[in-house]
Write a protein that binds this ligand. Structure first.
Ligand SMILES: [Zn+2]
Length: 109
């Protein structure tokens, strides 16, 4: 379809025109914008596998910005959860390494 405001060709799934940001006809007719699938996957994956959640959430945020779909909050939550999870595992590994190093150090001498 074409944007009624600026006339540029836009995706039929789009809720807002990526060029000028005006709501498309489809939305005016009462079509609810659907939640971005990648945002849901990213959010769920952030609890299972942080790195997969992080990647999916980044992709979802990019897709939502372009398509105007719902789920930006979900994608942001998935992103934050993934980052926090990765930071926590990094700290856990760091503590583990320090403890092992300390144990080895005191054991040898
Ligand atoms: Zn437009």
């Amino acid at each position: 379809m074409y944007c009624k405001n600026c006339g540029s060709e836009i995706d039929d799934q789009a809720v807002v025109c990526p060029k000028c940001g005006v709501l498309t006809e489809g939305h005016k007719q009462g079509l609810e914008p659907k939640t971005n699938t990648m945002a849901i996957i990213g959010f769920v994956m952030s609890f299972i596998l942080a790195i997969a959640g992080l990647i999916c959430s980044i992709i979802a945020r990019k897709q939502i910005r372009e398509s105007g779909e719902k789920g930006m909050g979900l994608a942001t939550a998935g992103l934050i959860i993934s980052i926090v999870e990765m930071a926590l595992s990094f700290i856990a590994v760091l503590i583990y390494v320090i403890v092992i190093a300390a144990a080895l150090g005191s054991g040898v001498y």
